[in-house]
Design a protein around this ligand. Structure first.
Ligand SMILES: [Zn+2]
Ligand SMILES: [Zn+2]
Length: 382
């Protein structure tokens, strides 16, 4: 199909913009790409590393006169929390600090979990040292309280990380687009450019929405007005072996009912999700900002479930939709190989055509945790 489309495509003349959408002249872009030297995995790794060394402060009042100290590795899951599940200062994660295509090529394209030091785990260089400690002091230095302020801080950090990473990925993909298809046949060039353009389009929409959302959070935090925070928090009886801080935009509810189109041009309703330890117990926190029918419908579909089901539903949710989660080495060792393979399978990137199974939170024959839910707290009406 692609071959046919490509073969019928009118090639631009040398000085016209290239067909790939890069904005460059054809002669400086794809005209001779087939004859260029093909790219090695280590060269792509250099690009990925180069675009992941961005550092800036995302605090609402960030600026030359207000920031102080270096840009730090801000933890989305604090070290003190990860410490509760670490083995020799390490946890497991799919999110290694330096993603590498070289490693991927050794594992035949599969992303495998790795041990990561808790000082590196979950970090992003998105706050200066002063603003990081000032802003997140309430949830870093005090026990987590079920309240709008603490919930907002959890959510804000997840939103900032998500925005930071998507901006980084966008920059990285733009560079990759310029070299990935060197030395390839024109049909393959077209295939790669199409896939990258779809990803760039989606990223662009996500970045736009996350920037807008961050502005709303910034305003609320600046005025210490936490009233628009909506939380749905499940408390349970043990320290969570998996800890998480991430954001997503629900597409389906628990039953698989569609809540919105998978690629929506309108603004997305972001929902943040955290699994955190609180002394000897734990909490699962869904948090969003303002009135969102989509987030509310999503939570309502989960709220119908009995307590016994909820912890594993939450884990399936994290494994299916999120990536910024970390787990105890002792827990990983306790799983059988089939469960480990299932978790690894869930993490692998989905093809643009594939997407996530709408029923991914429903029982699938695997149970991951035995947490006992003791209460559900929320600050809105169903
Ligand atoms: Zn081009
Ligand atoms: Zn700052």
């Amino acid at each position: 199909m692609i071959d046919l489309y490509f073969e019928n495509m009118q090639m631009p003349s040398r000085n016209e913009p290239c067909w790939c959408g890069s904005g460059k002249k054809y002669k400086r872009c794809h005209l001779n790409r087939q004859r260029e030297r093909s790219i090695e995995p280590f060269e792509l790794d250099e690009i990925i590393r180069g675009s992941s060394d961005k550092k800036y402060c995302m605090h609402p009042n960030a600026g030359k006169d207000t920031c102080a100290g270096q840009i730090v590795k801000a933890h989305t899951v604090p070290t003190s929390w990860l410490n509760s599940i670490a083995d020799n200062g390490h946890v497991f994660s799919f999110r290694i600090s330096k993603p590498s295509l070289m490693k991927l090529s050794h594992s035949e394209g599969s992303h495998l979990p790795e041990r990561i030091g808790i000082n590196e785990a979950s970090t992003f260089t998105g706050f200066c040292s002063k603003h990081d400690s000032e802003l997140f002091k309430p949830i870093e230095n005090e026990p987590f309280r079920i309240c709008e302020e603490h919930s907002m801080l959890l959510a804000y950090r997840a939103i900032c990380r998500s925005l930071f990473e998507k901006e980084m990925m966008y920059k990285c993909l733009l560079q990759v687009a310029g070299i990935i298809d060197r030395g390839m046949a024109p049909q393959l060039q077209y295939y790669h450019q199409q896939r990258i353009n779809i990803e760039l389009f989606k990223l662009n929409l996500d970045i736009r929405d996350l920037r807008n959302l961050k502005r709303s959070y910034d305003e609320a935090l600046t005025h210490k007005d936490y009233s628009k925070t909506k939380y749905y928090i499940l408390s349970f009886d043990s320290v969570p072996e998996i800890q998480c801080s991430d954001a997503m935009a629900p597409i389906c509810d628990y039953e698989g009912n569609k809540l919105r189109e998978p690629i929506a041009v309108g603004a997305l309703d972001a929902l943040t999700f955290s699994i955190i330890p609180t002394s000897n117990t734990g909490k699962i926190a869904f948090v969003w900002l303002g009135d969102s029918a989509i987030c509310l419908d999503f939570i309502a579909s989960i709220h119908k479930l009995v307590n016994d089901k909820l912890p594993n539903v939450a884990i399936r949710f994290a494994l299916s939709y999120l990536e910024n989660y970390y787990w105890a080495p002792t827990w990983w060792d306790s799983l059988n190989q089939a469960t480990k393979n299932h978790i690894i399978g869930k993490f692998q990137p989905k093809s643009p055509e594939g997407g996530i199974n709408p029923l991914c939170m429903q029982p699938d024959g695997y149970n991951f945790v035995n947490w006992k839910i003791s209460s559900r707290d929320y600050n809105f009406e169903f």
